[in-house]
Design a protein. Structure first.
Length: 148
């Protein structure tokens, strides 16, 4: 069975004591459909980036579970039907890990093909006396090509 991660936000209109009941309702639905909950984290109440349904704060919950792909649509329907849940996101963790591994390989190839950037510390230090510097400036100004 594929491994999924679900994050949902419970409205602040719900009391903090009722959030575990909503969480157990979601867990029960997953287990009733043949899945099993691997991990659950209640991240607590946090301020939202923008108001959602006239709500400024929300209680964040993250769950990791196994479930057959065919049952995912019914989970989606269940999450939509629970009114206190104002937003949710389900991600296939295995696909995400595969994509991340591919991205790491590509980034390593790109790093290997890049030339190292020269920094001031890698340049050789040239020490000139004041008279030598003035002579070089006069030579550069005196020549027709100022790019020397």
């Amino acid at each position: 069975m594929p491994k999924y991660e679900l994050m949902y936000i419970v409205s602040s209109a719900v009391s903090d004591n009722d959030v575990p009941q909503i969480s157990t309702e979601v867990d029960k639905f997953v287990t009733d459909n043949g899945g099993n909950v691997l991990n659950q984290q209640m991240l607590g109440k946090k301020k939202l980036a923008y108001p959602i349904s006239k709500t400024r704060n929300g209680f964040y919950v993250v769950e990791t579970f196994n479930l057959e792909g065919k049952k995912l649509q019914s989970l989606d329907n269940k999450l939509r039907s629970i009114e206190p849940i104002i937003r949710y996101l389900v991600v296939n963790v295995e696909d995400q890990e595969i994509r991340a591994a591919k991205d790491r390989k590509i980034q390593e190839k790109m790093r290997a093909s890049r030339k190292p950037i020269r920094t001031e510390s890698s340049l050789p230090e040239i020490k000139l006396t004041e008279s030598e510097l003035e002579a070089k400036i006069a030579q550069a100004i005196g020549s027709e090509d100022l790019t020397k």
